[in-house]
Design a protein around this ligand. Structure first.
Ligand SMILES: [Zn+2]
Length: 229
């Protein structure tokens, strides 16, 4: 295993296409459906979609077992258009994606979603301003799960690590969402992301809670850190 940590091994592996690319989306509006499909197809022609088991094998052994470089297509924040646009596009392409819903908005009254958006870094696009709601629901997320996509945790209220410190905040933003998602899917979310992709710092209560949660990966925008077996 130590050999895989040497610069020579890593240079050769990278040159041979043994690496992982994380590609993040947030809003996927109807007006961008064609673009999204073209982008995802572009990746599919060049990269191999990665599932948690692939990532586990890679981080367990340091060896890349897929025929091409890997990519993880990620859809963040519970946007309704992830369910109405990204989901069918993935289905057309036969692609399995990873979804990181913020859980509070999944059960929030549509009349309260605009106020939530203002307070929690949630973007409502001009083209969607007249919609009755902006976020998906637990039923939408269940459909995404049942179509085989990977469901991960991203706090309840789109919280930043620095804003989570008390036991009540840890329960609300970290442990509660992990439990609720596990209840929906039947598996513990394989990954957790704070707002801004802050890595879990073991010296903080919030970071320590993520590390102790049993979630296997911390997601930091463009990397997946293995934090548990
Ligand atoms: Zn987010």
């Amino acid at each position: 295993m130590t050999e895989v940590l040497t610069p020579g091994y890593q240079r050769a592996a990278f040159a041979a296409g043994k690496y992982l690319r994380i590609v993040n989306w947030h809003n996927t509006p109807e007006s961008q459906r064609g673009t999204l499909k073209r982008e995802l197809r572009w990746y599919l022609e060049r990269y191999h979609p990665v599932l948690p088991a692939d990532l586990d094998r890679f981080t367990d052994t340091g060896r890349w077992a897929l025929p091409k470089p890997g990519f993880i297509p990620v859809f963040y924040d519970s946007y309704l258009n992830n369910a109405t646009v990204a989901l069918p596009v993935c289905e057309e392409l036969g692609l399995t994606a990873w979804f990181f819903p913020t859980t509070a908005i999944l059960s929030l009254d549509p009349d309260d979603q605009e106020a939530f958006a203002d307070a929690h870094d949630y973007t409502i696009l001009d083209e969607e301003k007249s919609q009755p709601r902006f976020a998906m629901t637990w039923d939408d997320l269940d459909r995404i799960h049942r179509e085989g996509h990977v469901i991960c945790a991203h706090t309840a209220n789109h919280a930043a690590a620095k804003d989570i410190s008390t036991d009540a905040e840890i329960e609300r933003e970290i442990l509660g969402p992990i439990r609720e998602l596990e209840r929906l899917t039947g598996y513990r979310p394989p990954a957790f992301a704070f707002l801004y992709g802050t890595p879990p710092d073991p010296g903080t209560a919030a970071g320590a809670a993520v590390l102790a949660s049993g979630v296997r990966y911390a997601t930091t925008n463009t990397a997946y850190l293995r934090i548990n077996d």
